[in-house]
Each structure stands twice: as structure tokens, then as C-alpha cells.
Design a protein around this ligand. Structure first.
Ligand code: NAD
Length: 297
């Protein structure tokens, strides 16, 4: 069986193209969609993520402002800034870059972001609306996964989707989306995690596998069923002798599923490019909501 590589870039490009006229319509009435990104401390990976987000916003003629707080900032410093941005009409989206330094309670901080500006979709009100089947802002990575499935015409309804990972940012919202009676949902969903005994017994039953465990190469060809569609959300650094000193690999051992799976997303270049695109989508949507002009997603 030839295994199709589900690249994220064409999906991401077509969504960004569809956003352009929406951004232009907003501009005509004096609104520029704007993201306020808060970064606390100097975690190098977070710096790269925030820089990439800022670039993507500029490319689409949107704005992005990064607020850098010292790693020793206390909770009050962060909450005061969020409060200011919640009340700033020019900021349509607020993003708190995770992970936060250990001394800060991410729950308290994420809960302070106004649900109307929560373009990451992490606020409990937005997660609740998603569970209810009436989403406001959908978390970007799981939303990006659905857009990949849609773009490549991979059917979801009636199939068995097996998710590996139960985090609040990927696994759980992915479950909520795939199980809903939505156009890109209506699947039978199994969610596996570190408490699952005999993971392979479940992954072998998956028509669709969503791997989001953060464990390099853990899903191998002998753990999947023939013809499965595999979405690899994992991004893991594995140290090696290369010039960079590491290689990025997913949670799926891609080589070993080739010829068995119907399709698989590559790492890098699969789900990765989708996350920022869906952040753009949510921020444009938030700006449109201010003037009751939502036209898509
Ligand atoms: P997390 O550490 O918060 O959660 C991982 C989940 O996987 C946990 O619920 C755990 O129970 C489960 N798990 C871990 N090891 C397991 C195992 N051996 N068997 C079964 N279940 C296991 O991670 P996360 O934030 O959800 O991210 C998961 C992966 O996705 C990471 O590699 C992360 O870098 C990547 N990620 C990628 C994007 C993207 O844009 N592509 C976005 C977010 C996360």
C-alpha cells in the first residue's frame, strides 16, 4: 500500500489565502486584527515560537505585539498585564506562551484571559462550550488536525479514532471535536494515556490514530491496522551527532508505518504549520466578532 504523506503546508497556505480578504474587509473599517503575546522568562523554544507567530501575523498584514516579562515576575505582574490587555480594545487575541516558569500557576493565569480574547481556546469557558458542541474559540492544534483531515478528504464520521494523550491542549479537545456530531466529527473515539494497559491493543483498532504523547517514535508499524490514517502531533527533540545536535521527530516511527498506513503526517511539516495558522484564524474571528462580521470558521 502506498502511504500518502499529509503535508501541512498546502492546508495552511489555503487557509491563510482564505483569510486575506477577511483581513482586508476589516482594514476597510479601520480594524487590524492584533495578537498580544505574553512571554515570561527566556525559554529558548518559547522565544522561537513567539517569533514565528509574530512573523505569521505580519505576513497576513495583522499585528502582533510581544510582552516580555522577566523570569522572576510574580503572579500579580502577569495578571495585571492580562487585565490591561483584556480591557484594551486594540488587542483581539491574548496568548500566554507556555510553559510558564514553575513558580507561576498556569491555571490561574490562563483563567484570567478574557474568554472573548482567548484565541488559544484554553479558557474553561471555551473548553466547556466546545464540549457542549457550541464552540467559540477552538484550541489551535486540534483544530489544525481537523483541517488536515478535511483538506485530504479523510473521512471521520463513523470511523474509530484512537487518541494517544489526554492533555488539555491537544488530547482532550481533540476528543471533544472528533466525538461531536460535526461535519468533521461523529467518530467513535478512544482516548489512551499513561494509565492505558497494552496501548497497541487499542491503536491496532484505530481507523484514525492521533498521536499526542510527546514520546519519540512510540507508535510503530506493528501497532497499527492496515489502511489507518495517522496524525502525528508529537514534536520531540532527540539528541544526535548532527550539526544542530538534535533531530525533531514525532511520536510515530514514520518509516515503520510506511506501506501499512493509508496516510501519515510528517514531522516536521505536518501538524506543526497548522497551529499558527489556526491562531491566525481565531484572532481574525475575534476581530470580526467585535463588529459582528464573522464570515468563517
Ligand atoms: P503533555 O505532556 O501535556 O501530554 C502528553 C499526554 O500523553 C499525557 O496525557 C500522557 O498521559 C500521554 N502519554 C505520554 N506518554 C504516553 C505513553 N507512553 N503511552 C500512552 N500515553 C502517553 O503533552 P502535549 O502538550 O499534549 O503535547 C504532546 C506532544 O505534541 C508533544 O510532543 C508536543 O511537543 C506536541 N505538540 C505539538 C504541537 C504542534 O503544533 N504540532 C502543539 C502542541 C503539542
Amino acid at each position: 500500500m502506498g502511504t500518502l504523506l499529509l503535508k501541512g503546508k498546502p492546508v495552511s497556505d489555503s487557509i491563510r489565502l482564505a483569510l486575506e480578504p477577511r483581513v482586508q474587509s476589516l482594514k476597510k473599517i479601520g480594524i487590524v486584527p492584533k495578537l498580544a503575546a505574553i512571554i515570561v522568562g527566556d525559554d529558548p523554544a518559547s522565544q522561537v515560537y513567539v517569533r514565528n507567530k509574530a512573523r505569521a501575523f505580519e505576513k497576513l498584514s495583522c499585528e502582533s505585539q510581544t510582552y516580555r516579562l522577566d523570569s522572576k515576575s510574580n503572579e500579580e505582574n502577569v495578571l495585571t498585564l492580562i487585565d490591561r490587555l483584556n480591557n484594551d480594545p486594540s488587542a483581539h487575541g491574548i496568548l500566554v506562551q507556555l510553559p510558564l516558569p514553575n513558580h507561576l500557576d498556569s491555571k490561574t493565569i490562563l483563567h484570567t484571559v478574557s474568554p472573548n480574547k482567548d484565541v488559544d481556546g484554553f479558557h474553561p469557558e471555551n473548553l466547556g462550550l466546545l464540549l457542549e458542541g457550541n464552540p467559540n474559540f477552538i484550541p489551535c492544534t486540534p483544530h489544525g488536525v481537523l483541517e488536515i483531515l478535511r483538506h485530504y478528504d479523510i473521512s471521520v464520521s463513523g470511523r474509530h479514532a484512537v487518541i494517544v494523550g489526554r492533555s488539555n491542549i491537544v488530547g482532550k479537545p481533540m476528543f471533544a471535536l472528533l466525538a461531536q456530531k460535526f461535519e468533521m466529527g461523529n467518530a467513535t473515539v478512544t482516548i489512551c494515556h499513561t494509565g492505558t494497559k497494552d496501548l497497541a491493543a487499542y491503536t491496532k483498532q484505530g481507523d484514525i490514530i492521533i498521536a499526542a504523547a510527546g514520546s519519540p517514535n512510540m507508535i510503530t508499524g506493528d501497532m497499527i491496522k492496515e489502511g489507518a490514517d495517522i496524525i502525528d502531533v508529537g514534536i520531540n527533540r532527540v539528541d544526535d551527532d548532527s550539526e544542530k545536535g538534535y533531530t525533531l521527530v514525532g511520536d510515530v516511527n514514520t518509516e515503520s508505518v510506511m506501506g501499512i498506513a493509508n496516510s501519515v503526517t510528517p514531522v516536521p511539516g505536518g501538524v506543526g504549520p497548522m497551529t499558527i495558522t489556526m491562531l491566525l484564524v481565531n484572532t481574525v474571528k475575534s476581530a470580526e466578532k467585535c463588529v459582528e462580521l464573522v464570515t468563517g470558521w
